[in-house]
Write a protein that binds this ligand. Structure first.
Ligand code: FES
Length: 146
């Protein structure tokens, strides 16, 4: 009988943890697929983060563009050196690259880190999908083979 009473309590306590790790979820962004071109654009999106007993509204960011093959690319803005935020085209000497102002890290348009600058890995990549004409992103992941 005690087990019968405890199970709902345990499930109540554990459920949020399990839901918080639902890696298959995609998050809606306000960016229309039709508005994505070959120039990286910054898109912010809201999502709910669930820890064990705490739920918070967070804002995520992606740099989104179409590559030469017309495929949509969504890059994390988090620098792989020490976690600052990269911008597109803000370094006057390298306007076609992502630039991290913290320690002058640079990345090619496809997110590959430029050798000789502090970052040692490419920017993480969001899986993407389209729904009702809008871009959805999954959880950012390190680039495969990097
Ligand atoms: S945190 Fe980006 S270069 Fe250091």
């Amino acid at each position: 009988m005690a087990a019968g009473m405890l199970m709902p309590m345990v499930r109540f306590a554990v459920d949020p943890v399990l839901k918080g790790e639902d890696a298959g979820d995609f998050i809606a962004t306000p960016l229309k697929i039709a508005d994505i071109n070959n120039e990286p654009q910054k898109v912010n999106f809201k999502f709910t983060q669930k820890d064990a007993w705490y739920e918070s509204e967070e804002t995520g960011t992606a740099w989104v563009f179409k590559n030469e093959e017309g495929k949509i690319v969504a890059l994390s803005p988090v620098c792989k050196h020490l976690g600052c935020v990269v911008d597109w085209g803000t370094d006057k000497e390298h306007p076609e690259q992502f630039f991290c102002p913290c320690h002058y890290g640079r990345y090619e348009k496809d997110g590959t880190n430029v050798k000789g600058t502090p970052p040692l890995a490419p920017l993480d990549v969001y899986p993407t999908k389209e729904k009702d004409g809008f871009l959805y992103v999954g959880k950012a992941e390190p680039r495969k083979g990097a």
